[in-house]
Design a protein around this ligand. Structure first.
Ligand code: BES
Ligand code: ZN
Length: 461
């Protein structure tokens, strides 16, 4: 019986394909850019849109105020013996800049070649909605859900989820679940779906150096007064060596080394350095010595300067000794590195090396830990069966280098593993101009999600 019922749900989902796309477009038209204060009303409008969607489906739903952008919390838990899944997603988006590089405007969703182009198409409005529409298809075609569902859809993911951890801490009982489900990652390749069993964490800083009280003539003063921009360049360069090893004290102490089994699991994936090199458009790849490209991207910590400023940036030459300089610095971290310890170690590193005559300020932005899940859980197997049916192809198991900080919070607070089921593609231009999402993958995501509720509902609690 279960299978006929599921077949009816999948047919109902397919029949509504055009409506799902129209609804996704409606949400994509709201410019919910969480980082930009002028968009605060738009972010709220997007949150309201999502909450209304749940209310229309008959879910208990609340728009929870946070002091920042609101969190949509919805649930329908009326299947006593079935497990409970907690779906997490985000309705906020990254700024669309640089606007001039968009072929069609970021908040006017446009279909080209089977893809929908808009900011947030894949990250994360399109992926997130697959789990909403799948539940609705169940209710419409079967009149019931096979599993208990809770949703936490936030509006601050792209700014590091500053209020989410506190929310999870304060509402741990309300969020209790057997498994967490998130679609905010990628497939391994077009047509090759994946389950992601590991993510890197991240820790992000701004370093500001100051020297003389104002910019000086570099001929009159240079040589006798230290230049903050020179000092910054030396400090930043010293943080890693020529082998790509981070030089902060204790940086690698807690890193869980890759086992032989883990390395061979990554090596077994069909991945070609040369085509990857061509795709990103560089003459040569580079990274920490002794590791493969997938290990470097997914399982080893990194250090990157994400932005740098100071001195003269205009046309021509200006001989100046700048008064100030600064940089944005990030470390991608892996299990079991601790973001707070890295912050402390970075501060000591700079204190010890910052020359007299240069003052520094170090500001910590967001941080989150890396995660790694077991491949053996019944939930993983259920997800794998759902993907095989929804995508018509067995998933491969991958790790990814990006970060979703709340995943480790859910693991710590709820004791639940997360199923990271990405419907996106590496080249979807997330955070860049011309973000897109394949409409076929959108529909496959909805179908797979509907299958997942079926598979999870058959598991024992
Ligand atoms: N969807 C991404 C996370 C992601 C990207 C996972 C690529 C796997 C592969 C998410 O929306 C994101 O961009 N996260 C930020 C986190 C940061 C703001 C704390 C990231 O990874 O930079
Ligand atoms: Zn993102």
């Amino acid at each position: 019986m279960g299978n006929n019922e599921l077949e009816a749900v999948l047919q109902a989902a397919d029949a509504k394909r055009a409506e799902y796309q129209a609804e996704l477009c409606e949400l994509l038209r709201i410019p919910s850019v969480s980082a930009v204060a002028a968009h605060a009303d738009d972010v709220r409008r997007a949150g309201r849109w999502v909450a209304d969607r749940f209310e229309r489906m008959g879910f208990d739903c609340e728009l929870v105020e946070t002091g920042g952008h609101p969190i949509v919390v919805a649930e329908r838990c009326d299947v006593p013996d079935a497990p409970t899944a907690l779906v997490y997603g985000h309705y906020d988006v990254q700024p669309p800049d640089p606007l001039s590089e968009w072929i069609t405007p970021p908040f006017e969703p446009t279909e080209r070649d089977g893809n929908l182009f808009a900011r947030g198409a894949t990250d994360d409005k399109g992926q997130m909605l697959t789990h909403v529409f799948s539940a609705e298809a169940w209710l419409e075609a079967a009149g019931r859900l096979p599993v208990n569902l809770k949703y936490v859809i936030e509006g601050e993911e792209e700014t590091g989820s500053p209020h989410l951890e506190e929310f999870v801490r304060e509402h741990t009982d309300r969020l209790a679940a057997d498994v967490v489900v998130i679609s905010d990652t990628c497939q391994f390749a077009p047509g090759q779906p994946a389950i992601t069993y590991g993510l890197r964490g991240v820790t992000y800083f701004e370093l500001r150096l100051s020297g003389p009280k104002q910019d000086l003539h570099s001929g009159t003063f240079g040589g006798a007064v230290l230049n903050p921009l020179n000092a910054l360049a030396k400090l930043l360069a010293a943080i890693s060596d020529e082998k790509g090893r981070v030089q902060l004290d204790g940086f690698y102490d807690d890193v869980v080394s890759l086992t032989d089994a883990q390395r061979s699991r990554l090596a077994d994936l069909s991945f070609n350095d040369e085509s990857f090199r061509r795709k990103v458009g560089v003459k040569a790849l580079g990274g920490e010595a002794g590791y493969s490209t997938l290990e470097r991207r997914w399982a080893r910590p990194t250090y990157d300067v994400c932005g740098i400023w100071g001195g003269y940036q205009g046309q021509g030459a200006k001989t100046v000794l700048p008064a100030r300089a600064g940089a944005k610095i990030s470390f991608r971290i892996v299990p079991n590195q601790n973001p707070d310890q890295i912050a402390a170690s970075l501060r000591r590193f700079i204190e010890e090396r910052c020359p007299p005559g240069i003052e520094f300020e170090l500001e910590t932005f967001h941080g989150g830990r890396g995660v790694l899940f077991s491949l053996d859980s019944p939930y993983m197997k259920a997800a794998s069966r759902a993907i095989a049916r929804g995508f018509g192809r067995e998933p491969v198991y991958i790790r990814e280098g990006g970060s979703i900080p709340v995943v480790s919070t859910f693991y710590g607070r709820l004791g639940a593993d997360t199923l990271l089921l990405g419907w996106g593609l590496d080249d979807d231009n997330t955070h860049s101009p011309n973000e897109k999402f394949s409409l076929a993958d959108f529909q496959r995501g909805i179908r797979t999600s509907a299958c997942l509720w079926h598979e999870l509902g058959r598991l024992e609690r």
